[in-house]
Ligand binder design. Structure first.
Ligand SMILES: C[S@@+](CC[C@H](N)C(=O)[O-])C[C@H]1O[C@@H](n2cnc3c(N)ncnc32)[C@H](O)[C@@H]1O
Length: 371
């Protein structure tokens, strides 16, 4: 083929590619920008036009619970911790610590590894370092719960979690949530302080923490609202409820009110609530309850909220830049979740990706006063 012909084919080829891109742009609705940490999220696109073919992934992620993070390296690290505990072997704990430091960078974002890293550091620390580590309330509560009888409960958890022995699934689910969500190192992956800033809680407020879990946020809310306010920890899991009641009693958290529920929103006086908060819990209402139940739940929230009250939802974002480790649990993209809440009569006050994997959406009743 002569040079002129080759050049002709090249020009024609490039023109066709250009036309394809132009047509593609014309036909394809705008792809939402990927989240950037600490950045106000753009207004939601029309959800109906979100491209299902978005190469960055799904808008919803629903893993098989408690099975994320059980990789060969994580099983090996758990076996090292178990050996370290059984044989009083600091070398095994040193090796486990090095593994968790690597695992934390590589996999299972929001999983159990940060807590296990903290535990290895604690086990290897001297007395004075331990005293400093126990100034962290989450660290102290972790040691009080798991440290009894030479860390028998931690050994039980690791054995069940990593399939090294049999364990009741409900009990494992409870322990797994405590290990993951009441982690002394949770602030490292989630930026807890920024989430608290966005909640803007003041003394005397009435705050409802729906799906309180092991109380990571409820305990903080109880301190923030002080003696004149109230923090309601709403839960449907019996083991969580028992733990919440025990900590509230042991630590004299008088403003913490533990509220059992069958899944419905608690019956609180109309217009009395300043903040309704859900962290990694609205996903259940979005994905796995009947529409009539969700409608009733959201109507009850609107009724209970004060005119300037806020609904604050922290959730996990599955749409991530390639290379970022996704949150190891259920995730629903911000535009989907926001569109649903707008359809139920809320409007956005602000939305922020505190980290790419987790966003906070702050809403008020549509037409209400600014919070
Ligand atoms: C993933 S955990 C999150 C715990 C806690 N919010 C945190 O961030 O540490 C979700 C919790 O929500 C609870 N839950 C789910 N649906 C609920 C509902 N409709 N009402 C109250 N609790 C609910 C579950 O029992 C579980 O403990």
């Amino acid at each position: 083929m002569n040079t002129a012909k080759t050049a002709g084919f090249l020009v024609a080829g490039l023109a066709l590619v250009g036309l394809g891109i132009a047509l593609g742009r014309g036909l394809r609705p705008d792809v939402p920008e990927p989240p950037v940490p600490g950045v106000i999220a753009p207004p939601p696109p029309d959800v109906a036009t979100l491209p299902l073919s978005d190469p960055r992934g799904s808008l919803v992620f629903y893993p098989f619970l408690n099975q994320t993070g059980i990789t060969d390296d994580a099983v090996a690290a758990a076996e090292l911790v178990l050996r370290g505990l059984r044989d009083d072997d600091p070398a095994a704990l040193e090796e486990a610590l090095a593994s968790y430091q690597l695992l934390n960078e590589q996999e299972n974002f929001g999983g159990e590894y940060p807590t296990l890293e903290w535990f290895c550091e604690y086990a290897l620390a001297d007395e004075s370092q331990r005293r400093t580590m126990l100034e962290n309330d989450d660290g102290r509560r972790f040691v009080e719960l798991f440290g009894r009888e030479d860390w028998a409960l931690l050994a039980e958890y690791l054995t069940g979690k990593y399939n090294l022995g049999r364990m009741d699934r409900k009990w494992l689910f409870y322990l797994d949530e405590i290990v993951r969500f009441n982690s002394p190192y949770r602030h490292r992956w989630e930026r807890t302080d920024r989430i608290l800033d966005l909640l803007s809680i003041e003394p005397g407020m009435e705050v409802v923490d729906v799906g309180a879990g092991g109380g990571f946020y409820s305990f903080r809310f109880a301190e923030l609202v002080g003696r004149d306010g109230r923090a309601y920890a709403v839960e449907m899991n019996e083991q969580h409820l028992e733990y919440l009641r025990r900590v509230a009693a042991d630590e004299g958290l008088d403003s913490l009110v533990v509220v059992p529920t069958d899944g419905s929103f608690p019956d609180l006086p109309e217009g009395s609530v300043d903040r309704v908060f859900l962290c990694a819990t609205y996903q259940t209402l979005y994905l796995s309850i009947r529409e009539d139940e969700r409608t009733r739940w959201l109507e009850d929230v609107k009724r209970a909220l004060a005119p300037d009250g806020l609904l604050v939802v922290a959730e996990n974002e599955p749409l991530l830049e390639p290379g970022l480790v996704p949150f190891g649990g259920i995730s629903v993209s911000l535009p989907l979740l926001e569109a649903q809440l707008v359809a139920y009569g809320f409007e956005r006050v602000t939305a922020e990706y505190v980290v790419p994997q987790r966003y906070v959406l702050v809403l008020r009743k549509a037409g209400g006063a600014e919070g």
